[in-house]
Structures are given as C-alpha cells and as structure tokens.
Write a protein that binds this ligand. Structure first.
Ligand code: NDP
Length: 329
C-alpha cells in the first residue's frame, strides 16, 4: 500500500505532544517539518550540547531525553542505532506512559530484539529514504522525502492513524509512504549498504585498474567514472525516467555499448554474493558481529578505514579532487 496526503490526517496529532529525541540531521529536519506542517506541540530531547542549543535557537523547548519523553505522548527516536538500546533503557522506557507511541526511523533494533518496547505502547516505523538535510530541503521546496512506514505494535488501536499523521507532518506523504515491516526495512537498508555499495565501489576501482594498466592517466579515469558527477546525474535520470529509458539521453554508440554490456555480463557470481549477505542479515549474524565489534571499540572498522584511506586508488582520488578543485562543492 502507498499512502499520499489525502490518506493521512494531521488532526490526530492536535492533542498530542511530540518529543523529537536526537537533534541531529534527521531530528532537526523532522522537527522543523512537523512545526511547519502546523504540528505545534513539538519538544526536543538531546544531550546538553550544541545540538540542544541549536534546537533552542530554532525555537523549540529542549530538555534532556528523559525530560522530553516524560512530557510527550509521541517519541521520535532519532539517535544512532548503536546507542539507541542503552538510551532507550535508561531514559525512554522509564518515562513512557501506557498508550504513548514510539516512532523509530530504522527497523534495526526492533528487528533484532535489541529494543523490546513494553506491550502497552504503540510502536511504529517512519523511515525516510533520504538523508536528513534532504528531508528538510525537499520539504521547503514543497516536496517530500518518500518513506517506509510500518506498525509493529498497536496497543491503542490508533497506531496506524497516528503514524500516518506523523508521516504527513514530516512531509513524507507529499511524495509517497510505502507500508512495510520493520524486518523488511532492516533487510533492504542493510542490503543497500552491504550488497550494493561494495559492488559499485569495486566496479569503479576495477575500471580504474584496467584503464590505468592500459595507460589511461589516473585523473582521466577518475573524472570519467565518477568525479565529473556524470554518473550521479545518470542515476538521477534513472530515478525519474527509468533505468533503460534514461539511455535515450545518451548517444546511439553509448546505448548500443551499454545494452550489449548488460546482455553479456554474467550477474550470477554477484547474485551469489548478495544471497550470502542476505543470509547474514536475516539470520542476525551481521547484527551480532557488529555488536561484538562495538563492544571491542570498533578496531576492525578503524583498521578498514585506514587501509582504504591509504590505498593507491584513494590517495590518487584525493589528489585529483584537490588538483581539479572538486571536493565539497
Ligand atoms: P546524526 O548523527 O545526525 O544525529 C544523531 C543524534 O543522536 C544527535 O542528536 C546526537 O546528539 C544524538 N546522539 C548520538 N549519540 C548519542 C548518545 N550516546 N546519547 C544520546 N544522544 C546521542 O544522525 P541522523 O540524524 O543522520 O540519524 C539518526 C537516525 O535516523 C539513524 O540512526 C538512523 O537510524 C535514522 N535514519 C537515518 C537516515 C539517514 O540518512 N541518515 C535515513 C533514515 C533513518 P549530539 O548532537 O548531542 O551528539
């Protein structure tokens, strides 16, 4: 099911206080969008630091997390997944009342049982498919970030209606809200990260390797494959016109080359890799591995960052970006 503006009603929020917990990228964007949609009773819960100060400068009443939750009927949990279980146990759970609603932005902790909300609260998921700054930018342009929506627990019988009201409040129904489950959101999110991104990155690095071996200057190979942003533009076109229809923007030589390549490439080894990742995600093995890594202070994550930062490819990429004046534009 896909929901749009006409399917959601903001009036269900009129007698509810909403606490946005975590005033980071998502927290700030969603709190501002709610207010601009006419949801007046929004408070912020954050540690006492610059983010809490920012919330006050933006005109919100801001408290520590326990303080915000105890004032609220609806809690947006917009802190990183890694810290959410401990924060939930210490500051959120003890301050919830029966009939309150907890809104997650990621299915991860509920899917793997790292957070198990009490039976007497509503539990929903409203996961924008967009980084926080875009959630805000699209809203101010009169558009909205699409989102996945799910009801995990409906203690009051109103979780669905209130959840859709929240989706409208953050602007998501302007675009489209797709009903799903916490498990599906977790799977597709982790699969994008673990199955798709590594293959994109490897494809670019492999093309670079082959071209440089054949005498193509490294900066030319890098510019052509992604630094020029042509590839980003192509993906934007794919999202609006379609993966194949966007080919009409390319030359006939390009169209023939791309479609022949698509036909001749054997995707099966890639499919097998993706099935492995899916197994690790759905069995919980990845989640447990990541928990163990965090308990040890993330040594492997740090080592991987270091290894890739020092690789010849990345060093050359950084030099090229500097030479060409690219980078954060
Ligand atoms: P940010 O890093 O921008 O914000 C994190 C917030 O959590 C900050 O307010 C931060 O507070 C707070 N925080 C961090 N550590 C702690 C802690 N130990 N105790 C209390 N508060 C803490 O993250 P995002 O806004 O990008 O993401 C938030 C969540 O939203 C993510 O975990 C993800 O599940 C979900 N989400 C993110 C999307 C994305 O594209 N980024 C898309 C959809 C969902 P402080 O400022 O004080 O450090």
């Amino acid at each position: 099911t896909v929901y749009h503006d006409a399917d959601a009603d903001l009036s269900v929020l009129s007698d509810r206080t909403i606490a946005v917990v975590g005033y980071g990228n998502q927290g700030r964007a969603q709190a501002l969008n709610l207010r601009d949609s006419g949801v007046s009773d929004v408070v912020v819960g954050n540690r006492a630091d610059d983010s809490r100060q920012q919330a006050r400068e933006d005109g919100f009443e801001a408290f520590d997390i326990a303080g915000a939750v105890s004032r609220a009927d609806v809690v947006f949990l917009l802190i990183p997944d890694e810290v959410a279980p401990a924060v939930y146990e210490e500051a959120i759970e003890p301050n919830l009342s029966p009939g309150d609603l907890v809104n997650f932005a990621s299915g991860f902790n509920v899917t793997y049982g790292y957070i198990e909300p009490a039976d007497d609260v509503d539990v929903v998921l409203l996961a924008p498919r967009m980084i926080g700054t875009m959630v805000r930018d699209l809203y101010t342009q009169g558009r909205g970030a699409p989102a996945l929506f799910a009801v995990h627990q409906d203690a009051t019988g109103e979780a669905h209606e209130v959840g859709l009201g929240l989706a409208k409040g953050i602007g998501a129904t302007r675009s489209g809200v797709v009903e799903s489950t916490f498990e599906v959101e977790t799977t597709t999110d982790l699969m994008s990260e673990q199955a798709l991104f590594p293959l994109f990155a490897h494809a670019i690095m492999a093309k670079y390797r082959v071209e440089v071996e054949a005498g193509v200057p490294p900066e030319v190979a890098l510019l052509e494959s992604y630094l020029s942003r042509e590839m980003a533009y192509i993906f934007e076109q794919a999202a609006t016109k379609g993966m194949i229809e966007q080919l009409l923007l390319h030359s006939r030589t390009s169209q023939y080359g791309q479609l022949k390549g698509l036909e001749s490439f054997d995707p099966e080894p890639m499919v097998a890799y993706m099935r492995d990742r899916l197994d690790a995600i759905q069995s919980g093995a990845f989640a447990e591995e990541w928990r163990a890594e965090q308990r040890e202070g993330t040594p492997h994550l740090d080592e991987l960052f270091e290894t890739y930062r020092q690789s010849a490819f990345v060093q050359r990429e950084q030099e090229t970006m500097e030479t060409l004046g690219l980078g954060d534009q």
